[in-house]
Design a protein around this ligand. Structure first.
Ligand code: AOF
Ligand code: ZN
Length: 366
């Protein structure tokens, strides 16, 4: 591994990130093709997951790819999908060297892409900036290995950890800058998710606004009885921007029909202690293709995800106001008796955003 390889891989990683939130169920891969130290092709996985990053980059490079080096953030695929495998395309283009960050965990690939390249006499180097690639592709790996998407739990709360007053007044705790940052975060996830209580109390649209971004994440609403107002913002926009309703089996037929008529996708989930089972919920979302979910509350959904150890990252926006013990706590009951049993996270970032503080935490490594 040399410095030049790292430099071009860093570029491939940044290109790969452009696809985040838009290319599910596929991973957001980046690719750079370099010849004589010059970049002759760049690509990233396209919306909906196809074309793959390599196809895009090879098309730009054209004949120049002969004898060039391809930098890819994920092992090139080896399977025949709608188009032939990327490994084959790289071989056919005459690339002489392939530098990859990480192996693909999809069982259809899992080392076979590298094997195909090596068999064709291509020099293959792996593991370049692997740690960064693993982070960027974590949701895809979780989906293929555990069947569930990566979960980010975001909460905007007062200094004393409240998300609303006792009368349910919650708009706005944090300032406009924090809200803008939240919109950018939404755009990088495959889906935004809230519980029914939040959908009723805030009537949110859960869209990405004012950023010049066209792509919208899926809006997932977790509601056992599907009791979300049919005249609300989510319902009104369901025909244009996807709404997925995760509900209990055997829903009220009229409500189900109404939501389906509006264009919503209905996802029946198992129950646990009279609530939607968070484990089953995430398995269903993984099966539907999502690799990352940005959960924006409320307290009950947050608690059920935390209780099942399903939160990979926490993002808090803390505002400089206090609401008091009568306010609504950010997280519902967890039934803990000792601190040892509390879900723990490691701090990875703090930042002032307007008049609020942003803090990001990651699941603590055991
Ligand atoms: C690549 N480059 O840019 C991506 C890859 O359904 P398909 O045929 O599009 O294949 C999806 C699989 O391809 C996906 O599960 C993952 O293994 C790989 N994704 N591979 O060579 C890419 N996005
Ligand atoms: Zn491919």
């Amino acid at each position: 591994m040399n410095e030049t390889d790292k430099r071009f891989m860093a570029l491939a990683l940044s290109l790969g990130r452009r696809g985040q939130g838009t290319c599910w169920p596929n991973p957001a891969v980046g690719c750079v093709i370099v010849r004589d130290d010059r970049i002759i092709g760049r690509g990233w996985t396209q919306p909906g997951g196809r074309p793959h990053a390599e196809t895009e980059a090879l098309a730009q490079a054209g004949q120049g790819a002969r004898g060039a080096t391809a930098y890819v953030t994920l092992e090139p695929c080896a399977h025949h999908g709608k188009t032939p495998p990327c490994a084959e395309a790289l071989i056919a283009a005459g690339v002489s060297r392939v530098v990859a960050a990480v192996e693909d965990s999809d069982p259809r690939v899992a080392g076979q892409g590298f094997a195909m390249l090596r068999e064709a006499g291509i020099d293959v180097v792996t593991g370049v900036l692997a740690q960064q690639a693993e982070r960027d592709l974590e949701g895809f790996f979780l989906k293929t290995e555990q069947g569930r998407p990566f979960v980010t739990l975001k909460m905007a709360s007062s200094f004393d950890g409240r998300i609303a007053t006792s009368t349910g007044h919650s708009q706005w705790i944090t300032g406009p800058q924090a809200r803008r940052v939240v919109h950018a975060m939404r755009a990088r996830h495959d889906a935004v998710m809230v519980g029914a209580g939040t959908a009723r109390a805030d009537d949110p649209s859960l869209t990405v606004r004012d950023l010049g971004v066209e792509h919208q994440p899926v809006r997932v609403v977790v509601s056992r009885h599907m009791d979300i107002p049919l005249m609300g913002q989510l319902a009104r926009s369901a025909s244009k921007i996807p709404v997925w309703l995760c509900h209990a089996h055997h829903p009220d037929a009229e409500r189900a029909q109404a939501w389906e008529g509006l264009g919503a996708k209905l996802i029946p989930c198992a129950l646990k202690d009279h609530h939607i089972d968070a484990v089953d919920l995430l398995q269903q979302l993984g099966q539907a293709g999502l690799t990352s979910v940005f959960c924006e509350g409320g307290a009950a959904l947050a608690a059920s995800l935390l209780a099942e150890d399903l939160v990979d990252e926490l993002i808090g926006f803390t505002a400089g106001l206090t609401i008091g013990a009568e306010g609504l706590a950010a997280v519902g009951t967890l039934g803990l008796e000792t601190l040892e049993a509390a879900p723990r996270f490691e701090l990875i970032e703090t930042q002032a955003v307007g008049g609020d503080v942003l803090h990001r935490w990651r699941r603590a490594s055991e």
